[in-house]
Unconditional design. Structure first.
Length: 617
């Protein structure tokens, strides 16, 4: 039985291929044939279900005229010029218009041109309706044939249940059933919307709600579950993952709404669950006009341009028509990589790459004096918490003095917008990293308080997915080496955001922020790191263990986004909070004691002091 079915499929496939070579002539022939049959039926009905009294000779003369009119108007409306896929809904309007023009013209000829009507006018009108119906029927049948040919082979494709009968689910089912090589065959739908319980998509039936998953699996023999809700948050995805595991199903998902923007879902979008899916999905709404207003035609400098955040900043900034993009970093290999990613070549012989260390005050002042940037994104920093706990003087040199060097040079050069990239560890800090970044926020606010300065602000966010040294990178490397995955504590939670999303919000922050503020990016709900480790451990081949190592010095169990006294107020953007920062006189930080960590903590808590403007040499 199966081999016979396959033979039919192969034959239909060959017919479909051959038909494609003669598509337009075949379409014309089918439509003209439909008219011939339609007129014959109309005359048969008109003369009492018999052809005995029908004017057969005139009928033979009329049919070529009708066929010619159909071809003429079909070309005029685009019906026969391959504007639409045969049998598609897009073709319906042209088909109806062509049939109406053909019928109307024939009616006029029958009324005013022929001395004797070759066929009754009622037969013309009925024939027009029947002709349209028959032409549409031909298309519908052919569409069913093609869908049958393109349907995945049930013996090879993986049987899949689809949860979510919204637009994502409909597009997913349609894409799978129209591709014979699809690795998935949809066998049933699930949705908790009562209005969709009688729905069927291309013959795939609705089998109930989420609670009916076990019965649907037993009925269909499905081995995987597609969660076709691109707008779902991480909590919902985690629930579906646990449900799929409970019923022995492999969970598949669609990309997020922002990833899908600009194209329809296809079978290639269906993928395994990733850690990023569990760490939150954010739909960033960027006001492109507002951004372009302060970036277009400007000289923009990015420090730390070779880093994870800095390099993505550079890639996105070129989209906004900046006059010059100046990429500064002390790592020549990193500069090579970012230039290559932007222009496709990396000769490192162009003025857009600047090799310099923010610790070198004289060099930084020289760069700013020569290049005169108008907008600065300060992303250069040391960021690894455990290392900075061991070497706090290095955090001071880069994150405090280095930032001060860039701030002073920016003020001297007349920078109009300065955005300091900070971290959530600066909110109520307990680590050297947090201390140093909080001091940098306060120094930025101090320069922003100067009457001659432009807009100087800081932007604060948490862990960035995919950045070098991030928890995901560490976990993946541990899995690749056979495990175990190390987690500091089962209850440790962190905020996460992707690199592109964080950069979009950083750029937006530069457009809406005011001097002396810290802008805090909304990263959704904090994520339990152990859940991420669990997902990776279960997906590893073979599965690996998870080892709890204990919190490290300076590490919080739960990160905070706001420090004491900071309020979550979002006056200008729904994903960006704005809070004032108490300024810190730069004179206080120019000398370091023998205990760098304690000294930086003291600067974090020092009362605001802007009795004099920041000193510049």
């Amino acid at each position: 039985m199966t081999s016979a079915s396959e033979s039919v499929r192969d034959w239909l496939d060959r017919v479909s291929t051959r038909f494609a070579r003669f598509a337009t002539p075949a379409r014309v022939l089918l439509d003209v044939s439909a008219w011939v049959v339609a007129i014959a039926i109309a005359i048969y009905l008109r003369f009492g279900l018999t052809f005995e009294d029908a004017p057969s000779l005139w009928y033979l003369k009329v049919t070529p005229i009708v066929g010619g009119l159909q071809i003429l108007f079909g070309l005029a409306t685009g019906l026969y010029r391959r504007r639409w896929r045969y049998g598609s809904f897009d073709e319906v309007a042209a088909l109806a218009l062509t049939a109406a023009l053909t019928t109307g013209t024939m009616y006029g000829l029958n009324e005013f041109y022929f001395e004797t009507r070759p066929i009754p006018q009622s037969a013309v009108l009925v024939g027009g309706v029947l002709g349209l119906m028959l032409m549409a029927a031909c298309r519908y049948v052919w569409r069913l044939v093609l869908e049958k040919v393109r349907r995945p082979d049930a013996r090879v494709a993986e049987k899949m249940l689809v949860y979510g009968a919204g637009e994502g689910g409909v597009q997913s089912v349609t894409a799978m059933l129209r591709n014979r090589d699809s690795p998935y065959l949809p066998v049933g739908l699930l949705d908790d919307d009562p209005g969709k319980q009688r729905l069927s998509i291309m013959g795939v039936p609705m089998l109930g709600r989420q609670a009916d998953l076990a019965r649907a699996v037993e009925r269909t023999g499905a081995t995987s579950l597609l969660f076709a809700v691109p707008s779902a948050d991480s909590k919902r995805i985690l629930e579906m993952r646990d449900l799929a595991v409970q019923h022995g199903l492999a969970l598949k998902v669609l990309p997020s709404v922002s990833e899908l923007f600009g194209h329809a879902v296809n079978e290639h979008d269906i993928r395994d669950l990733t850690e990023e899916d569990l760490l939150g999905r954010h739909q960033v709404e960027t006001d492109v006009a507002q951004i372009a207003d302060y970036l277009s035609g400007q000289r923009v400098l990015v420090t730390g341009a070779g880093g994870s955040i800095g390099s993505e900043l550079c890639r996105q900034l070129v989209q906004f028509g900046v006059a010059d993009l100046l990429m500064l970093d002390r790592d020549e290999s990193a500069l090579h990589q970012v230039q290559l990613s932007i222009s496709g070549r990396a000769m490192l012989d162009t003025p857009d790459t600047i090799l310099a260390d923010i610790r070198d005050e004289a060099r930084i002042r020289q760069v700013f004096a020569q290049r005169r940037p108008q907008v600065v994104f300060h992303a250069a920093a040391l960021k690894h918490l455990p290392l900075l706990e061991q070497y706090p003087d290095e955090a001071y040199k880069s994150n405090v003095l280095g930032s001060l060097n860039v701030l002073r040079a920016s003020e001297l050069a007349g920078v109009e917008v300065f955005v300091n990239i900070s971290t959530d560890k600066a909110a109520n800090p307990i680590s050297v990293l947090g201390y140093s970044k909080r001091v940098a926020e306060r120094l930025t606010a101090a320069v922003g308080a100067s009457a001659a300065a432009g807009t100087y602000l800081s932007v604060r966010f948490g862990n960035v997915l995919g950045s070098r040294g991030s928890v995901l990178t560490t976990f993946r490397n541990q899995v690749a080496h056979g495990g175990p995955i190390t987690v500091t504590d089962r209850n440790v939670m962190r905020y996460f955001i992707t690199i592109p999303e964080s950069v979009q919000l950083v750029i937006q922050a530069g457009a809406i922020g005011e001097s002396g503020e810290v802008l805090v990016l909304d990263m959704g709900e904090p994520i339990l790191i152990y859940d991420v480790a669990k997902t990776l451990a279960e997906q590893a081949d073979p599965p690996t263990d998870i080892v709890i190592t204990g919190l490290r010095p300076g590490e919080k169990l739960h990160e905070e986004l706001f420090g004491s006294g900071e309020i979550d107020e979002r006056p200008r953007h729904r994903l960006i909070s704005q809070a004032p920062v108490p300024p810190l006189d730069p004179a206080h930080v120019e000398q370091l004691s023998t205990d760098p960590a304690a000294q930086m903590l003291a600067w974090c808590n020092l009362s605001p002091d802007v009795s004099r403007e920041p000193q510049v040499q």
